[in-house]
Design a protein around this ligand. Structure first.
Ligand code: SF4
Length: 386
């Protein structure tokens, strides 16, 4: 795929109706229609695109691991003929998912061993991850929680809401709750409102975040009613998940701007994926478009050691090269922090290109983005009286 075509100066395009030429705008813009018409099987997918041998086998073998499900909206971004299309690689299973790498882990972030009650991960002193659902609008083939997400794998998510709320009530050290899963924005407005209201009744919880890929997979869900409900629960932040500039269509941009206008600060978490976004040009186009959608690029994750992800993982050097290609070359707000989630539960560890050339007691010599060297003196004691 030629990354030049993702230049961020292009207009954000709408892709409707694409593979669904006869659908009415009313149906297309109804998120319930989108969910009812998701592509969940090989037969349905083959009505739309020609699959490669790797994809056909992958779909047939994915049934008891992580389900396939693609919203019509996201499906419309798929290139009909190119099996290396960066959108296809994210959501259509491939046979490489069955390859066994001994370094891969079922629970790469070590979440299951940090659950004081089922569904609530408490690893850091002041914040928790609340897994409120195992369902998403579409399923990403590299999902960190593929062990539970989609409900077809070996493990089931068993969230105990009441026990989780009671744990939070009696744990005053927790000031920050991240709702995730699965995708919390799949809930009805009323159900999400009840969860947020209950959390807001706990005085020591200062800050609530929602992690969601719905604005990208199903922008029709970002209704004015949803935004009006969410804005009752400030300070509320949303972390969205976008990996490729093609994902930022006009429908997505509209939804994101609606959330921004409800006063919700948004950051993007993207995963570095081989053949999807592991080059500077694609990342530059992505981060520029995100700013145009009022989303701050927040984290760029090295892909976790998820089982069956070897074909999507790329080298750490590529990640460092991307940051090197952004820092100094574009707006600081556009640059995400590159991180590796320490395998087995180490938390996010930041990675940066090395800009320090020499560091002594007296000075530090640095290089800038153009590889020019600069020296900054360390503070030295000065005599008041000579
Ligand atoms: S949207 Fe998030 S939780 Fe759902 S499959 Fe994708 S990465 Fe996993």
């Amino acid at each position: 795929m030629n990354s030049a075509q993702y230049d961020s100066s292009i207009q954000i395009q709408s892709h409707a109706p694409g593979y669904w030429p006869n659908v009415t705008p009313e149906k297309w813009n109804d998120h319930k229609w989108q969910l009812r018409n998701r592509i969940n099987s090989l037969v349905e997918l083959e009505k739309h695109i020609e699959l490669s041998r790797e994809e056909r086998s992958g779909i047939l073998l994915s049934g008891n691991k992580l389900a396939m499900s693609i919203t019509p909206h996201f499906m419309n971004l798929v290139d009909r003929t190119d099996p290396n299309c960066p959108i296809r690689r994210q959501i259509i299973p491939r046979v490489e998912e069955t390859l066994d790498d001994p370094m891969e882990l079922t629970d790469p972030c070590g979440e299951d061993s940090h659950m004081p009650v089922p569904g609530l991960v408490h690893r850091y002193p002041d914040r928790v991850l609340f897994l409120v659902t195992d369902r998403c609008a579409s399923y990403c083939r590299y999902c960190t929680r593929s062990r539970v997400v989609s409900g077809v794998g070996e493990q089931q998510l068993e969230t105990q809401y009441e026990a989780a709320f009671e744990y939070l009530e009696r744990t005053p050290s927790v000031r920050d709750v991240l709702l995730s899963g699965g995708d919390p924005l799949l809930f009805t407005d009323a159900k999400l409102d009840r969860i947020l209201t209950r959390l807001r009744q706990i005085p020591h919880i200062q800050f609530v975040r929602i992690g969601s890929r719905i604005p990208i997979f199903l922008p029709q869900r970002i209704t004015p009613e949803l935004c009006n409900m969410l804005k009752k629960h400030h300070p509320l932040f949303i972390s969205v998940h976008t990996n490729h500039p093609k994902e930022l269509t006009s429908e997505v941009q509209e939804g994101l701007i609606r959330l921004a206008e409800a006063g919700i600060p948004m950051g993007n978490q993207s995963v570095l994926l081989k053949g999807v976004n592991d080059d500077v040009e694609t990342q530059r186009a992505l981060v520029h478009k995100l700013l145009m959608c009022r989303v701050k690029p927040y984290y760029l994750y090295q892909c976790d050691l998820i089982k069956g992800s070897s074909h999507l993982r790329t080298s750490v050097q590529k990640g460092l090269d991307i940051i090197e290609g952004l820092r100094g070359h574009t707006t600081g707000y556009a640059i995400p922090q590159y991180v590796i989630d320490g395998p087995g539960g180490g938390g996010k560890i930041p990675l940066n290109p090395n800009y320090i050339v020499e560091h002594t007691d007296n000075h530090v010599t640095l290089r800038n983005y153009e590889n020019k060297k600069f020296t900054y003196p360390e503070p030295q004691p000065l005599e008041v009286f000579q």
